[in-house]
Design a protein around this ligand. Structure first.
Ligand SMILES: Cc1ncc(COP(=O)(O)O)c(C=O)c1O
Length: 426
């Protein structure tokens, strides 16, 4: 029998041994490459805001419209339902009823009939992307992606040792006509191109939507070279005018297109329910690569019940209106206060305005000075695979912040730009 003193000595010994072990040698090579990743919304180091910060750095839904009561009522109904479905493991593609509801919605909005077999429920759209990448990517594969793009997915590519080849964008989305040349060059170099990653609607970070002509052209080019398209439709439900847009999966009847979607942006990010939508044959492969013991069975039922109650469509209509109002409030304020310093295009949906700085203003200096003036923004560099942004951009997320604060944020940004131009940056 060991004495308390002996146990304490052992614990001290273990602490000495394990603290001495550097994390770099514990993790694998892929993780090592990610250890110093700055993250998505890093705050500038050493900056003390002069006043309470207005947050324009995070793309999460408006908090006042969160349907807590209706979700609470749905949770209550699920909890009190006879049976244990919500409290046991859920295998396979996920809760059937929610997949049926998704199928109904997609069949209506995308105008081609799909069944629940076209849907796999996942841990948000990022969980969906993770599963897709783990299933499809071999080390050294090339992924073609818009530049800039969502940095979360860039980490997935990096973790699997894929190479990213960038395609530029304008206000109509990816410059798809650049694809054939790029693909030809890569193929001549003996590279294996795995898929084209696009955020075709209400892009993060640029807010751009791929035009109908370009969506069609993208499908034609992808079919010509037989390269899959991964369409990250995280913001697809958030079109300001309520009218469904033509989608890559709708235009192609799902051939050659994998779509990921999520309830994060339309409802709440904490629910963690998203999905993969693609042809059932391919979906089956994704299902084989799922090793966790199913999703949160309670939450899939709560969302399904919430949709059943009819509350979802009213909520979607309401939040689209809120985001349109917020986007226009911020865009008007930027035009009024910052026209000398920034250029931007108003998005048709989603959460973001992407500004390019004028008059030689540097994004890093404006980002730091704006933080000191009391407005947090996201640097454009965070969205480029090599972290280089030649054109000096900042991303402004308007979804979370009150309209009054959005106006104040524009005046603070103006002061920041004035200070940088006057040689007084933070
Ligand atoms: C383009 C894009 N894809 C995917 C995600 C991940 O969302 P979630 O995993 O919450 O569905 C985000 C989150 O910001 C995003 O902007």
């Amino acid at each position: 029998m060991k004495t308390t003193l002996e146990i304490q000595k052992l614990q001290q010994h273990l602490a000495d041994v394990w603290h001495a072990e550097p994390i770099e040698t514990t993790v694998n090579a892929s993780t090592r490459g990610l250890l110093n990743d700055a993250g998505d919304w890093d705050a500038p180091i050493g900056i003390k805001p002069k006043r309470t910060t207005i947050p324009l750095a995070i793309g999460i839904p408006d908090s006042t419209s969160l349907p807590k009561e209706a979700l609470g009522a749905a949770a209550n109904r699920v909890f009190n339902k006879p049976g244990e479905g919500a409290f046991t493991y859920g295998f396979g593609l996920g809760y059937n009823k929610l997949r049926l509801q998704l199928a109904e919605n997609y069949s209506r909005e995308r105008r081609f009939e799909v069944t629940e077999d076209w849907f796999q429920l996942c841990n948000g759209s990022s969980g969906a992307i993770d599963l897709i990448c783990r299933t499809l990517i071999d080390p050294g594969d090339v992924i073609l992606a818009e530049s800039p793009t969502y940095m979360g997915t860039l980490r997935n590519f990096k973790a699997l040792n894929a190479e990213v080849e960038s395609i530029g964008m304008d206000s109509d989305g990816m410059l798809v006509e650049r694809l054939p040349n790029l693909i030809d060059t890569l193929l001549q170099q003996g590279k294996r191109i795995k898929f084209i990653y696009t955020i075709s609607n209400f892009h993060n970070p640029t807010g751009a939507t791929l035009s109908l002509e370009r969506k069609i052209r993208l499908l034609e080019i992808a079919a010509q070279y037989k390269i899959l398209i991964l369409d990250d439709d995280a913001y697809g439900a958030l079109r300001f005018d309520d009218t469904p847009l033509p989608t890559l999966s709708g235009l192609s009847k799902g051939y050659g297109v994998i779509t990921v979607g999520t309830f994060s942006k339309i409802l709440a990010t904490g629910l963690r329910i998203g999905w993969i939508h693609c042809h059932p044959d391919l979906l089956d492969a994704f299902n084989k690569m799922r090793f966790a013991m199913g999703l949160n069975q309670f939450m899939v039922r709560v969302i399904s019940d919430y949709i059943d109650s009819g509350a979802m469509s009213d909520h979607a209509h309401k939040v689209r209106h809120i985001y349109k109002l917020k986007m226009n409030t911020l865009a008007d304020a930027l035009e009024k206060h910052c026209a000398d310093y920034v250029d931007f295009t108003r998005p048709l949906g989603g959460f973001y305005i992407w500004i390019s700085l004028k008059r030689g203003l540097e994004a890093e200096a404006v980002w730091r000075t704006a933080a000191e003036e009391g407005v947090s923004l996201t640097r454009g560099t965070n969205f480029f695979p090599n972290r280089i942004d030649d054109k000096q951009h900042l991303r402004l997320a308007f979804s979370w912040t009150d309209p009054d604060q959005l106006i104040d944020a524009a005046t603070r940004l103006k002061h920041a730009c004035e200070r940088v131009l006057a040689g007084d940056p933070a």
